[in-house]
Design a protein around this ligand. Sequence first.
Ligand code: UD1
Length: 417
Amino acid sequence: MEKIVIDGGSRLNGSVGISGMKNSALPIIFASILVEDDCVIDNVPRVSDVFNALEILRSMGAKAEFCDLHTVCINTKNIGSQLGAKDLVCKMRASSYLMGALLSRFGKVEIPMPGGCNFGARPLDLHFKGFEKMGAVCEENQGFIRIVSKKKLNCNKITLDKISVGATINMVLALAGSKGTSVIENCAMEPHVDDLICFLNNCGADIKRIGTSVICKGDNRLKGTRYRIYPDMIEALTYLTFAGICKGQVHINGVVLQHLENEIRIFKKMGFDICADNDNLKIIAKDISGTSVVTAPYPGFPTDLHPQFAALLCFSNGGGTIKDIVFPTRFAYVNELLKMGAKIKQKENTVIIERSELFGAGLDATDLRAGAALIAAALGAQGKSEINNVNYIVRGYESIVDKIAAIGGKIKLVKGE
Ligand code: UD1
């Protein structure tokens, strides 16, 4: 098994380029199921979730591959509704988007229960309720999901009981090919939701987001397009935590500032010197003070930054707390930080963190963002850390070892026996 080995304590200096957003790339790759012509998608990150999504499409008979370093070419004209790569569906949460996409194109879908990062219960009840409102029948049996609609999907209005990125995306995918006009209320407003809507509109769909509502006019034949996806806001914010922990001067290049406004305000309040220049951030981090945050759907503080931010607070004067109300059991990383000497306590959905002297240790990444948090902590710790379960980290961070090494981190990927 591969592991990441980090010798902590180096300053970071230099520039890092941000890759395309994983959480946009995945729904857009699955959205190509709605389009029977060629789709070309630029700025796609080379991460394992993307490779797996492309393989799932190929297992259904699609052409789907990287045709350039960060460009993916897809044609789904000849696909059937059956997929071969069932094991890959179980590896990734985003494979749940197959439900909306296949239901829209074929009126039926049968997939194994999607997997993905395990940070507590990740139900699909909102998705099923929405599909049923459109006239489909959903069944879950022995780890398989079967959804069938005898007639073309349609509905006037769906109100999601809770804000959910996945359910919003699935409703948009299902309704993009539906009959008539539908309104989805209480939608997630994450930039990746807008990225998907923009892609579908480029293909000829008629979808508008007005505040937390999305209005979908169906009846449009979707045609092929070329589309560039947004940069990854969570990757950019993760590098901000690395810069804060390791001090020095780091330039984070190729971001959409508007996506990061709320967090930049928080980082500045902590003492980060951040200068925004078009789509680049210049960061000087010296001594930083702690703060307290509560996660919330966009534009609130992202749950996907919670573990990395916990690592940052270990290095802050005064520490702070993080309350996660989106995924209230996302705390598997806490045991790993304890191994490094962190003064961190979990109480229900909150962690309380004091400034700590961290030392290197043998660590296990328990999920994607927890893995990034361990890298952050190890970069600032005294001595050597070894991080196992690298497979979680490469699901969502492109070339993370090379990017950190290029700005002065003493980090390497070691192949196991
Ligand atoms: C997506 C992201 C994930 C991120 C999360 C929240 C992808 C591939 N994953 O996950 O990285 O952490 O958004 O920003 O884009 N819920 C229900 N019933 C449902 C669906 C969700 O109760 O049917 C709950 C969840 O348990 C959670 C909350 O709603 O408490 C938000 O989850 P959701 O936004 O759906 O997350 P995902 O789409 O799974």
